[in-house]
Design a protein around this ligand. Structure first.
Ligand code: KDG
Ligand code: MG
Length: 403
């Protein structure tokens, strides 16, 4: 089964997406997500200029060999652009392999390990009352797990608080917009938020929170401790993770479970965190961590240390990534949870998909492959629009901080 064509489709149905489509000589085609928020065209170029020429004529069934060929063959290893490009190829090839077998992808991975994929939704509000209201709204929609983010008094724009109720889109400007930040205000506010949310929602709903890399390890330890009475499912990205060792300090002070990894692109980024049991959930995704082939390796390694998966699933990960992720989630033995930020109707129309939401769970469906397609004619009606993620500055003196 030879690869005869591969092309990159860039479109912007509400937000930018990059999709790779691979076609074989026996008429099968598969697609992979290649979206890297705010840096989309770098991956498109990496694929078009450097990867696609090397794919033509290869056997589409050799998923592992092609992965190694692209990873080792580039000489320059890892990095978000490279690994997103490799992920797109890998996802498209798994899609083709499953279609050739006439099976949904989860069957090829080892079959179902559960009846559905528990997801968490995003509730956010300008203040505590509005956030509580949103959490209750998500509960009513059937969600078993809800992430809560709220504006902080005295700060104008805070991570996680966007427009609308079901959709959140941080890449909101043609040049990076500027947010302001005060750790002290945030640390005073957030325990009050979770006291109110837990009180309103009761003991059974899982609650999650994303710190978005904004605290130092000792500050994160203080927050984790303060949140213990509200028994969070996880506290995410408590501090930047370039130095994996820094999580040891947080761990020594709090029993609040820790989740990390949405910006990781290889198993090496999480090796120490997993091996030393410094985290509880690993958030690497299909699209940014080298596809199903490497994600499977990360999950198996994590399983040895009782670390479970909790893949990133924000709106900048296309429905193609979501479809592939759900097959992975249905199979992976050490599954924890899947993030689910709904896409807009425009996005869903461009990417028709087999997955469905019911009562807090997503189901990948039983269509052969990963079950997500792209309507190329419709995609062509939404040309690329430059859009950046914001930056963050300390409110008191304008120092550039982590966003
Ligand atoms: O979904 C999350 O947990 C995020 O942190 C979302 C990120 O800000 C977003 O995906 C950046 O592209
Ligand atoms: Mg996050």
């Amino acid at each position: 089964m030879k690869i005869i064509d591969a092309k990159v489709i860039v479109c912007s149905p509400g937000r930018n997406f990059v999709t790779l489509k691979i076609t074989t000589d026996d008429g099968l085609s598969g697609i992979g997500d290649a979206t890297l928020n705010g840096r989309e065209l770098s991956v498109a170029s990496y694929l078009t200029d450097h990867v696609i020429p090397c794919l033509i004529g290869r056997d589409a069934h050799q998923v592992e060999d092609i992965w190694q060929y692209l990873y080792r063959g580039a000489y320059w290893r890892r990095g978000p652009v490279t690994m997103t490009a490799i992920a797109a190829v890998d996802t498209a090839l798994w899609d083709i392999k499953a279609k050739a077998a006439g099976m949904p992808l989860y069957q090829l991975l080892g079959g179902k390990s559960r009846t559905g994929v528990m997801v968490y939704g995003h509730a956010n509000g300008a203040g505590i009352d509005e956030t509580v209201e949103q959490v209750l709204h998500y509960k009513k929609l059937g969600y078993k797990a809800i992430r809560a983010q709220s504006g902080v008094p005295g700060l104008e724009k805070v991570y996680g608080v966007g427009r609308g109720t079901l959709f959140y889109e941080p890449a909101d400007s043609s040049l990076p917009s500027e947010h302001d930040w005060s750790t002290e205000r945030y640390l005073l506010h957030t325990p009050k938020l979770f006291a109110a949310v837990r009180e309103a929602v009761g003991p059974d709903v899982h609650l999650l929170h994303d710190v978005h890399h904004r605290l130092t390890p000792i500050e994160a330890a203080r927050l984790g401790k303060a949140l213990e009475p509200y028994h969070l499912f996880w506290m995410e990205d408590a501090t930047p993770a370039e130095n994996q060792e820094s999580f040891r300090l947080i761990r020594q002070h709090t029993t609040t479970p820790l989740a990390v990894g949405e910006i990781f692109n290889s198993i090496w980024d999480c090796k120490d965190l997993i091996q030393h049991q410094l985290i509880d959930y690993i958030r690497t995704t299909v699209v940014h961590a080298g596809g199903i082939t490497q994600l499977r390796r990360i999950a198996d390694f994590a399983g040895m240390y009782q670390v479970r998966t909790g893949s990133h699933g924000a709106t900048d990960l296309s429905p193609v990534c979501m479809g592939a992720a759900l097959h992975f989630d249905l199979w992976v033995p050490n599954f924890g949870i899947q993030e689910y930020m709904r896409h807009t109707d425009e996005t869903d129309a461009v990417f028709p998909h087999a997955y469905t939401f019911e009562d807090g769970f997503l189901h990948p469906g039983d269509a052969p492959g990963h079950g997500v397609d792209i309507d190329e004619a419709l995609a062509a009606r939404y040309p690329y629009k430059p859009a950046y993620l914001p930056v963050n500055r300390l409110a008191h003196d304008g120092t550039l901080w982590h966003w």
